[in-house]
Design a protein around this ligand. Structure first.
Ligand code: GLY
Length: 470
């Protein structure tokens, strides 16, 4: 039986099948380019509407529309998403997530892969994260206390309390955390940023004055790693574990940065971890997602980033983030074999299962090219960086804080410039790929040659052996 369909209706039905899917991507760094790259690899062939603080060269190729803008202009982002009739949004950075961009987009009918503001407190409030874990019996917190200032009169007594806690309970081995987002600069550690009880108490009081609450914790000794998971409510599917290198200089020296580079292993574990450590970290992510759902009365939909530390006393939680890590995402998304758009759709509809997520059994090493004076100064802003035209097939290059000028020159911003990723059948092989590409980039820039090298990894394995023997 054939059905005659009126011409205008027939055209409309046909259009339904030809109108491409549109995804709104909000980003501020190389992380966004790695996400964009994974989205456009989808067989669903989506169009990307990108809102970005940087006019990164990568988006010239990947985006259908690029809006270079302040990504804290939440109302403007919602308008752009509505005008482009986006099917869903992916919000990459912490600030717009913490400010409630997902709430606004969803209210405008655009579902979001990023948690709503209340749920994103797992990152935006350090006291929320610690107290949630404590309340739900997730026994992987360090010793901690949250101090709050409800009236100015309490100032003196709270300061005495803080001093006593730092000195007598934590024995001067402490971490002071600003209880809100602070561009990665809210956490200060004894022996690194704070050398005395006085300076610890002073910083804690500054945090109290500025945001009303401060978290003080025991300083943990061990080796840090990240385990990120795709989360839709209580369905939690892990990505390969990654190790970041926060210090600016070779040998883990110098000031802290956003992350100078990372590596991941073929097994999707890490050389200094036991399988039981990976299992513990994975279970903690699952328990935290379930606890958030119970506490907030709605499902977490997005990326959950567990920042862990392997210690002599097992795996502990350093912090949680409500987004992909940068550079961690540069390691994991190039290995994603499955359809990233389908993963995002399953996160949104609540149908996410392990069937949706498959990663290649490969190792990766990422090294960030940064301006020479990063992170202490911004002397190289506007200077030219020269990039080769050709790259090996087993490498990836993601642009961060760089700008293309009208004549095609690549100019440095003040922050991390270009993430170079090598992919291989071992960390050694991946490291050599990344190192070779980094060496070909010319200009007033530098990178950490030691990330992912045999020596650097062996040091971590040896330290972990020592800790486990205690
Ligand atoms: N690599 C650390 C972070 O993204 O917070």
């Amino acid at each position: 039986m054939s059905v005659r369909v009126a011409e205008p209706l027939r055209r409309r039905i046909e259009n339904c099948y030809t109108i491409p899917m549109r995804i709104l991507l909000v980003t501020n760094s190389a992380r966004g380019e790695a996400i964009a790259d994974a989205l456009v690899r989808s067989p669903q062939k989506p169009e990307l509407i990108v809102c970005s603080t940087v006019k990164s060269p990568g988006f010239a190729k990947l985006a259908t529309e690029l809006h270079v803008m302040d990504i804290m202009s939440l109302a403007k982002i919602v308008d752009i998403g509505k005008a482009a009739k986006c099917d869903f949004a992916f919000v990459a950075p912490d600030d717009p997530i913490g400010a409630g961009l997902a709430d606004r987009l969803e209210a405008a009918g655009i579902p979001c892969v990023a948690p709503k503001r209340n749920l994103a407190r797992i990152e935006s409030s350090k006291s929320f994260a610690r107290e949630l874990m404590h309340k739900y019996g997730i026994d992987h917190n360090p010793r901690f206390r949250a101090f709050s200032l409800s009236s100015r009169d309490q100032r003196h007594s709270i300061e005495l309390d803080i001093r006593a806690y730092l000195e007598h309970e934590l024995h001067s081995q402490y971490v002071v955390k600003y209880d809100a987002l602070k561009g990665g600069k809210g956490v200060k550690v004894s022996g690194e940023h704070l050398m005395t009880i006085d300076s610890g108490a002073k910083y804690a009081m500054e945090c109290l004055e500025e945001c009303g609450t401060v978290v003080i914790e025991e300083k943990l000794i061990g080796i840090e790693f990240s385990l990120m998971s795709f989360v839709s409510g209580t369905s939690v599917i892990d990505m390969p574990a990654v190790q970041d290198h926060k210090r600016a200089d070779t040998g883990d020296m110098g000031p802290n940065t956003g992350g100078m580079g990372t590596y991941s292993d073929v097994s999707h574990g890490l050389p200094f971890l036991e399988p039981s450590d990976m299992q513990t970290a994975s279970e903690i992510n699952k328990k935290v997602a379930a606890a958030i759902e119970q506490e907030c009365g709605e499902s977490y939909k997005g990326i959950l980033y567990g920042g862990f530390i392997a210690t002599s006393d097992g795996v502990k939680v350093i912090e949680y983030n409500a987004r992909f890590g940068d550079p961690e995402v540069l390691n994991v998304l190039p290995l994603l074999e499955s359809d990233f758009v389908a993963i995002c759709q399953a996160i949104i509809t609540g149908n996410l299962t392990s069937e949706h997520v498959k990663f290649l059994p490969k190792a990766t090493v990422c090294k960030y090219i940064v301006p020479k004076s990063y992170p202490v100064d911004k002397k190289e802003v506007g200077q030219k960086v020269m990039i080769p035209q050709e790259f090996p097939e087993n490498s990836r290059i993601y642009f961060g804080d760089v700008h293309f000028d009208d004549t095609g020159n690549v100019l440095l911003g003040g922050s991390r410039s270009i993430g170079i990723v090598g992919i291989g059948d071992s960390i050694v092989e991946a490291e050599q790929v990344a190192q070779t590409v980094c060496e070909k980039i010319a200009g007033p820039v530098r990178f950490r040659s030691d990330i992912g090298t045999v020596d650097s990894i062996q040091k971590r394995v040896d330290l972990m052996h020592k800790l486990r023997a205690r």
